[in-house]
Design a protein around this ligand. Structure first.
Ligand code: SF4
Ligand code: SF4
Length: 380
């Protein structure tokens, strides 16, 4: 085991291989507050990559309703139960994870603490859809916001982790992380189908193909990334919840890099289960209507602050403008700036790709339309 730096934990940790960061790291931010669970992303991926034999059950992208949705069944709960003592503390002004990661908790002779789902666990991809966390007392639904009952949608893809458990678990060395963009791939020629990666990935984002006897996973649509285009599930997202890009480490954060700004500067987007220890590279703006007692375990101790920052976005023109760039172009926005009431998305050379106004005029029509001699119902 090597000692590596995991900035999401605020400390070093043990990992099977020495630290080796790519030239640039593919990453993403998903705004959970905007997802409508239309599953267009799921289908965009399915029809592009997993329509073949042996891939029927595979969902490289899935969207589940929390708290009761999972694909595969209980993927997160099973591991959370196995991991003891997931405490965080403040040390010298830094938030530090005091518990053990899945690498540090690995049983003797194994590289990762993991488990392998059964066939049955993959049988109900939409289990728990739209199920609330609890009931609403009679009449309370008319009283505005409340936290008795809530749910939210969690869109998931492979996190193209900085410290992938799939890669660490593979005894054949068949999984690799591309040095040019950090995308994690399975070499189909080397894989012998031992399924150690399926067991090791805590997010359960590697799938075994029983026809080819190899493991397969999300490839981040790398042929598109290589052309400066966002993956299929990003381009097709109806709710415009997704932004693709490349993320620097916190010490190299650039304010004009959209992902650095959201993750490192505003700290409004957080990793999924950072305590697992993989330094995952998909970041989530947490749902603001969900009690943070729940989301703190899922997104880490920064969740209260992130909710506060997001709620304050109407008073923060820079953040508001950047949020408006989500889903505004099929190209990867490498840089951005705000000019007045517009957000400008740019490529890596500063060439404008898209310009989005974030304050739009409001037109109030008269109640009675004299021209057509009708009364409109959509007026104040
Ligand atoms: S999410 Fe799972 S499959 Fe993807 S890189 Fe991380 S460990 Fe590997
Ligand atoms: S396409 Fe976008 S809005 Fe629809 S389910 Fe997927 S992530 Fe959510």
């Amino acid at each position: 085991m090597a000692r590596v730096n995991n900035w999401q934990l605020g400390r070093e940790m043990s990992y099977w291989y020495p630290e080796s960061r790519p030239e640039k790291q593919f990453a993403a931010v998903f705004d959970t507050n905007k997802c409508i669970a239309c599953q267009t992303c799921t289908l965009a991926c399915k029809t592009t990559w997993t329509s073949g034999k042996g891939q029927e059950y595979m969902l490289w992208n899935n969207v589940e309703t929390k708290p009761y949705g999972f694909y595969p069944l209980a993927w997160d709960l099973n591991l959370l139960e196995m991991l003891d003592g997931q405490q965080w503390s403040e040390r010298d002004g830094k938030t530090v994870y005091e518990g053990s990661t899945i690498f540090e908790s690995a049983p003797a002779g194994e590289r990762v603490l993991g488990w392998r789902p059964s066939d049955e666990d993959y049988a109900y991809p939409n289990v728990g859809e739209d199920d609330c966390s609890g009931g609403v007392d009679g009449g309370a639904s008319l009283e505005g916001t409340h936290d008795m009952a809530w749910f939210y949608y969690l869109a998931r893809i492979c996190n193209h982790c900085t410290y992938p458990a799939c890669l660490a678990s593979c005894p054949r060395g068949s999984i690799y992380k591309r040095p040019e963009d950090g995308i994690v791939l399975v070499d189909q020629g080397r894989c012998r189908g031992y399924q150690e990666c399926v067991r090791g990935c805590p997010y359960k984002k590697v799938f075994f193909n029983p026809i080819t006897s190899t493991s397969e996973k999300c490839i981040a649509c790398f042929p598109k990334i290589e052309q400066g285009l966002a993956p299929q599930c990003f381009e097709n997202c109806i709710g415009k919840i997704r932004m693709a890009g490349f993320l620097n480490t916190p010490d190299k954060a650039q304010a004009d890099n959209p992902l650095d700004y959201l993750v490192h500067i505003k700290k409004v987007a957080l990793p999924l289960f950072p305590q697992f220890g993989l330094e995952p590279n998909v970041y989530y703006i947490p749902p603001i209507h969900v009690p943070t007692t729940f989301t703190r375990q899922m997104f880490g101790p920064g969740v209260d602050k992130a909710v506060e920052v997001y709620r304050n976005a109407p008073n923060d023109p820079d953040l508001t403008s950047l949020l408006g760039l989500f889903g505004s172009t099929a190209q990867i926005t490498r840089r951005w700036k705000r000019v007045g009431d517009k957000a400008i998305g740019m490529d890596e050379h500063g060439k404008e790709l898209v310009s989005v106004p974030f304050r739009e005029p409001v037109h109030i029509r008269p109640a009675y339309d004299k021209l057509y001699q009708i009364t409109r119902t959509n007026c104040p």
